[in-house]
Write a protein that binds this ligand. Structure first.
Ligand SMILES: *[C@@H]1O[C@H](CO)[C@@H](O)[C@H](O)[C@H]1NC(C)=O
Ligand SMILES: *[C@@H]1O[C@H](CO)[C@@H](O)[C@H](O)[C@H]1NC(C)=O
Ligand SMILES: *[C@@H]1O[C@H](CO)[C@@H](O)[C@H](O)[C@H]1NC(C)=O
Ligand SMILES: *[C@@H]1O[C@H](CO)[C@@H](O)[C@H](O)[C@H]1NC(C)=O
Ligand SMILES: *[C@@H]1O[C@H](CO)[C@@H](O)[C@H](O)[C@H]1NC(C)=O
Ligand SMILES: *[C@@H]1O[C@H](CO)[C@@H](O)[C@H](O)[C@H]1NC(C)=O
Length: 215
């Protein structure tokens, strides 16, 4: 009986993987690293990620004693739910932060993506929203801002279930890793497993494991 159950679970996992996705896991809480630019305050940044009160982000930003005084050019950690979503063009699924953006006249995927400081891209918004790139309604419409995230993978390591999404913004995974104290060959090997295909990339989002959490 137990064996059959295990078989069924494995089949279900295989089917989910075959759908081409990261949705073997139903969801989790994730973090994103957001580079603060000039004239951006935390109230605004928190609102981008559906966080009602930016002060609740203090727990994720131990390096900043006071969230009201973060110099531009530094990054702030934002927390958001990482959930399973379906592409508009197929039944394949993907894990993502999901932030509804009410469209205002003149909006484009590129313009909306720009607010997210490389945590998403116009190409990714075009893939995850059903409006054609050149035909987003001017009013009464909502674009879903999607930010890549992960909940980990037990087959890589059961020790990590909580991840920080970091935009490469012109840097490599290796360069970013150093900032999060990943350096030994073992640690780098682990990091590469969580970021397949990103060895030489300099754009897109990578995942840094931040702490153990059972899932
Ligand atoms: C924060 O930024 C938003 C949008 O840029 C602005 O409307 C708001 O007045 C700013 N709040 C403070 C306290 O500076
Ligand atoms: C953001 O989270 C990462 C991973 O836990 C941590 O290394 C970094 O110090 C945090 N940033 C701040 C500003 O505390
Ligand atoms: C946004 O997401 C909702 C909920 O999944 C979906 O119903 C809607 O079609 C999506 N909008 C676009 C523009 O893709
Ligand atoms: C976004 O990435 C590009 C390089 O890919 C970089 O030039 C730019 O400064 C980044 N923007 C932010 C806000 O990090
Ligand atoms: C590492 O962190 C420093 C200080 O926050 C920042 O200036 C630098 O751009 C970061 N490097 C990478 C590769 O993220
Ligand atoms: C999000 O992940 C998908 C699948 O790995 C990738 O094709 C896409 O480029 C990523 N988007 C961003 C903005 O990193």
């Amino acid at each position: 009986m137990a064996r059959i159950l295990v078989r069924l679970l494995l089949l279900a996992a295989a089917a989910a993987a075959a759908a081409g996705d990261g949705c073997v896991n139903p969801g989790c809480q994730a973090l994103g690293s957001y580079l603060i630019e000039r004239n951006q305050n935390l109230t605004y940044i928190a609102s981008l990620f559906g966080v009602a009160d930016y002060r609740t982000l203090a727990d994720y930003n131990p390096r900043y004693p006071n969230l009201d005084f973060i110099p531009a050019g530094e990054s702030v950690n934002v927390s958001f739910p990482c959930g399973c979503h379906t592409f508009p063009s197929s039944s394949a699924t993907y894990l993502s932060g999901f932030f509804p953006h009410p469209v205002v006249p003149g909006d484009s995927y590129g313009g909306i993506a720009r607010n997210y400081n490389n945590l998403t891209s116009d190409a990714w918004l075009a893939r995850t929203n059903f409006y054609p790139e050149n035909n987003i309604p001017g009013t009464n419409a909502v674009v879903n801002v999607t930010v890549n995230c992960t909940c980990g993978d037990r087959s890589i390591s059961p020790d990590y279930g909580f991840f920080l999404s970091v935009p490469l913004s012109g840097q490599t995974l290796d360069a970013v890793a150093v900032n999060y104290s990943f350096s030994s060959p073992e640690q780098m090997g682990l990091l590469r497993k969580y970021n397949p295909g990103m060895d030489t990339a300099t754009s897109g989002v990578v995942f840094i494991p931040v702490k153990g959490e059972r899932f």
